[in-house]
Ligand binder design. Structure first.
Ligand code: CMP
Length: 404
């Protein structure tokens, strides 16, 4: 009998422990001290470990401090292995993996890019046991630097920019390939018979064209005819154009992304908003692409009573104050505001001001309309809260509501 009452409690305890471990390892809330400490220690270990690997490649350093450096490396591997196991353990807590069963969730999680990098970070230790004197080991150990990707929002931004600009970048690849083949074919026709050993077939001519396009020169292959030189000059100029184009596209995309977002909206951030916590992974992924982030300082007026509604806001962190005719409330993390004007298409009913510095997720009116069309559940939940607010029943937002 006693066993029966203990077991669910034990399971509950284990679940809450896993939940807490998940928050520390994967959520990285700005205000969670434990999470920040764990992140800080891991980042310091990764940097120190890479420095040690580099130092170990210097024979004099290796001769003098070899033992110490190896011991540190082993310690790092041990900590990285514990970190890896812990991340796998908490994997079922990820919203996008929920409902798949623990084993399946862990398996799927192990295949995500960041976890593959984590696995590669500990793999060299086992490789070393199998092939003690291999020079490839050094290279595989340096892969650990990639672990920093998890802690760099800038890398996430670059990934986003590449994904957003993939069509334009693909067009650049097509243009580059076209120019490469054309330059090679022209050079083959012009000088193929004069320099058969260097330009006598398409692969050789393409190698020459690639070198010219990349502005590293044609190596030892100099054009020997006037026409050949003209072709070479045009190829170099086209090379500048072909390489400048993707650089400009990525640069502009990166600038836009940074300008639009003070911070990067992540899946976890959106999933934490109570209103969205019941949404499935696909809907949340959709939201991640629609929401724009905005950080505001205390005292920033976010909307004025009587203004036209252009967006609604979700509070990722911080406090705002809503002041209107019959209302004076504070909304906090997880709440939302600015929905009434969008739903009714009437002017703002209150003035909203940031009380503390706050991270907000902004949903522009067009995206809001698209979303309510696509997700009736989203619409009905927001409508219900807006109605309660209007009738004066609610003094807060979604964050106060357990059922959402
Ligand atoms: P909107 O009218 O677009 O702009 C002002 C916002 O203040 C409004 O949407 C609501 O999101 C919010 N608001 C108005 N009244 C209340 C209330 N009683 N409780 C919480 N929030 C409110």
């Amino acid at each position: 009998m006693e066993r029966e009452t203990l077991e669910p409690r034990e399971a509950e305890h284990r679940a809450s422990l896993r939940q807490r471990a998940f928050e520390i390892l994967e959520h990285s809330r700005r205000r969670d001290l434990a999470s920040r400490i764990v992140d800080g220690v891991l980042v310091a270990l990764i940097v120190a470990n890479v420095a040690v690997v580099i130092a170990q490649s210097v024979p004099e350093v290796a001769a003098q401090y070899g033992g110490l450096l190896t011991a540190f490396d082993r310690l790092c591997v041990l900590i990285f292995a514990i970190e890896y196991a812990a991340r796998i353990w908490v994997a079922p807590e990820h919203l996008m993996l929920r409902g798949r069963g623990d084993a399946m969730a862990r398996l799927r999680f192990a295949g995500t890019p960041l976890m593959v990098i984590d696995a590669l970070a500990i793999a060299p230790f086992f490789l070393e046991l199998l092939f003690p004197a291999s020079s490839v080991i050094l290279l595989t150990r340096l892969v650990r630097i990639l672990k920093l990707a998890r802690y760099s929002p800038a890398i996430a931004t670059i990934g986003r920019v590449l994904a957003l600009e993939k069509r334009a970048l693909l067009a650049c690849v097509v243009i580059l390939t076209g120019v490469l083949i054309t330059a090679a074919a022209v050079m083959l026709a012009v000088e193929g018979h004069k320099q058969p050993e260097r330009l006598g077939d398409m692969p050789k001519a393409m190698w020459w064209a690639a070198a010219m396009l990349a502005k590293i020169g044609g190596g030892e292959t100099e054009p020997v005819t006037a026409l050949g030189r003209i072709v070479a000059a045009i190829t170099v100029m086209l090379g500048i154009f072909c390489f400048a184009l993707p650089v400009a596209i990525i640069g502009r995309g990166f600038y836009e992304e940074i300008r639009r977002r003070d911070f990067v909206v992540t899946f976890a951030m959106v999933a934490r908003v109570p209103l969205f916590s019941r949404f499935d992974a696909a809907a949340i992924a959709d939201l991640v692409s629609l929401l724009r982030a905005r950080t505001v300082t205390p005292g920033t007026q976010l909307m004025r009573k009587g203004d036209r509604g252009d967006a609604m806001y979700f509070i990722a962190s911080g406090v705002v104050e809503v002041a209107g005719d019959n209302v004076d409330v504070r909304l906090t993390e997880g709440d939302f505001f600015g929905e009434m004007a969008l739903l009714s298409r009437e002017p703002r009913t209150a003035t909203v001001t940031a009380v503390s510095s706050a991270d907000l997720l902004v949903l522009d009116v067009d995206d809001f309309m698209r979303l309510v069309d696509r997700l009736p559940q989203f619409k009905s939940q927001i409508e219900e809260i807006a109605r309660e607010r209007k009738e004066g029943k609610a003094d807060g937002g979604a964050g106060d509501r357990d059922e959402l």
